[in-house]
Design a protein around this ligand. Structure first.
Ligand SMILES: Cc1ncc(C[n+]2csc(CCOP(=O)(O)OP(=O)(O)O)c2C)c(N)n1
Ligand code: SF4
Length: 478
């Protein structure tokens, strides 16, 4: 069994773990499993939530991420969908996995997504000082069950099996020799794998439950373990208080990412995208590899739709584009934001940090976002609703340009339909930015609207485009 120390981030040592804690043994077993499979550093993503167990990715030199408490499976699902070729494995505490994250666990098992979840079950919330967890044994004492735990412990493996995980196993930190093999089987299973590993917590659990030393806790794991093959011939009574170890379930079933890929193929998604990306739309090249756009205002102004249209226009032009949206709980009137990242390259980070273009269609949006525009970028203001006031001088001294147009007034009073304001704004943005093809944007607008709305919106878009071009010419001239 190999152990490649170069996979440890020794600069992070010493670890935070207390003497006798089982988490270090499990970390070592995970590294051994990767070594035995010949996995390179870049083949593996390690994901955790929050807790003593969740510190493990900090000590292993894979691509690692520590996420929020209980949400690691959700993050890992996104990572697996985006990079299906990677081995994504998780290191979760029993609280992380079965309390706050219990729902994510159930649904990941149901989907049979290709994740390997190691549950470091120490029967307690270790990091926060030893509160009761879903796996705390009946009658055990914790800081929140001082007179003994009234609840029965949750069987995490049982839940995973019932919910549809395809590989489920159990072991303990005492069984250090057995662990790498089980973890390797989990990695090799194409689907959801869960390996529960009982891990002594002398500080939070042992001290309160009459274990004299950490070694007592390991002795108990040794003495109570029963291999699953032997357990099959034992009665329920004989199994009381015993730990059934080994592979509890190993049953293949179609994996989620594979099903998703098959669906994309069936609906012809790749062809559809390449049809859209016809690339026959002349436009100036973008100034930078990555271009960010933020469309901000309030609910009901059509900014989410505008963001989708913007992204699709970029794809038509042969670029990659990612659209994200954020809006308040109100259907109308609450803050609304639509963001688009455009790049000729693959987009790894989908969020806008310093936009090249900001559209502000409410005063609140302008006040919140105008300071964050990139140097050399442009702000388009709906002057019907926004007064830039003294901020305009600051914006130009920051190196951004501010353009104003009465978008809402024109949509409402000239076109006679306030709902066209978002399309007028897209016309203005296209006119102001040479790298946006007028034809690509207009085709995207029309493809997203019903035929009866085409004429009005085409008029609004073209008016906006011409006004944008005129403002740009005046700006350059000035
Ligand atoms: C959303 C949220 N809720 C609560 C906490 C506080 N918190 C931090 S770790 C933890 C529990 C840790 O227990 P477990 O997941 O079993 O891991 P262990 O520390 O025992 O390894 C809690 C409740 C938090 N950080 N975030
Ligand atoms: S509190 Fe418990 S789980 Fe946390 S490091 Fe210490 S022994 Fe390990």
């Amino acid at each position: 069994m190999a152990f490649d120390k170069s996979l440890l981030r020794t600069a992070e040592f010493p670890t935070i773990w207390c003497p006798g804690c089982g988490h270090g043994i499990i970390t070592q077993a995970a590294i051994r499993a990767c070594n035995d499979m010949g996995l390179a550093r870049d083949d593996v993503y390690a994901v955790s939530g929050i807790g003593c167990s969740a510190r493990t990715p900090a000590y292993i030199d894979f691509n690692s991420i520590q996420t929020t408490h209980g949400r690691a499976i959700a993050f890992a699902t996104g990572m697996k969908m985006f990079r299906p070729e990677k081995h994504v494995f998780l290191l979760l505490g029993d609280g992380d996995c079965a309390s706050i994250g219990g729902n994510h666990l159930i649904h990941a098992c149901r989907r049979n997504i290709d994740l390997t979840v190691l549950v470091l079950n120490n029967f307690i919330y270790g990091m926060t000082g030893g509160q009761v967890s879903p796996t705390t044994p009946h009658n055990s004492r914790t800081t929140t069950t001082m007179y003994g735990n009234l609840d029965e412990p949750l069987d995490i493996c049982g839940i995973a099996m019932a919910a549809g995980a395809t590989f489920v196993a159990r072991s303990t930190a005492y069984h250090a020799q057995q662990l790498p093999g089980l973890i390797e089987q989990g990695f090799r299973n194409r689907g959801m794998s869960l390996i529960e590993i009982l891990s002594p917590c002398p500080t939070g659990f042992g001290n309160r439950n009459n274990y004299r030393t950490p070694a007592d806790m390991y002795d108990e794991l040794r003495d109570n373990a029963v291999p699953v093959e032997k357990a099959k011939n034992m009665s329920e009574k004989e199994l009381e208080g015993r730990i059934v170890t080994g592979v509890l379930k190993n049953a293949g079933r179609e994996e989620y990412v594979d099903r998703y890929s098959a669906m994309l193929k069936n609906i012809g998604a790749p062809d559809e995208l390449s049809d859209l990306a016809s690339g026959n739309y002349p436009a100036e090249p973008m100034r930078s590899e990555r271009f960010e756009c933020r469309l901000s205002g309030s609910g009901g102004q059509g900014l989410i739709l505008a963001g989708i249209i913007f992204s699709e226009a970029m794809i038509r032009q042969g670029k990659n584009a990612v659209h994200t949206q954020s809006y308040g709980p109100e259907a109308r009137g609450g803050a609304s934001r639509s963001e688009v990242v455009v790049s000729a390259e693959r987009i790894d980070f989908p969020e806008v940090s310093a936009p090249d273009i900001l559209l502000a269609m409410t005063q609140d949006a302008f006040d919140r976002f105008s300071a964050g525009v990139r140097k050399g970028g442009a702000i388009l203001i709906d002057s019907t609703l926004v007064n830039p006031g003294p901020a305009a001088a600051r914006i130009s001294s920051d190196g951004a340009r501010c353009f104003e147009y009465p978008i809402s007034d024109y949509a409402k009073n000239t076109l006679g339909d306030i709902r066209t304001a978002n399309i007028v704004a897209l016309g203005l943005l296209s006119g102001l930015n040479g790298f946006i093809s007028r034809d690509a944007m207009l085709d995207s607008v029309l493809s997203r609207l019903p035929a009866r709305a085409h004429d009005l919106n085409k008029t609004g878009f073209e008016h906006g485009f011409n006004e944008g071009r005129a403002m740009l010419a005046a700006d350059k001239g000035g």
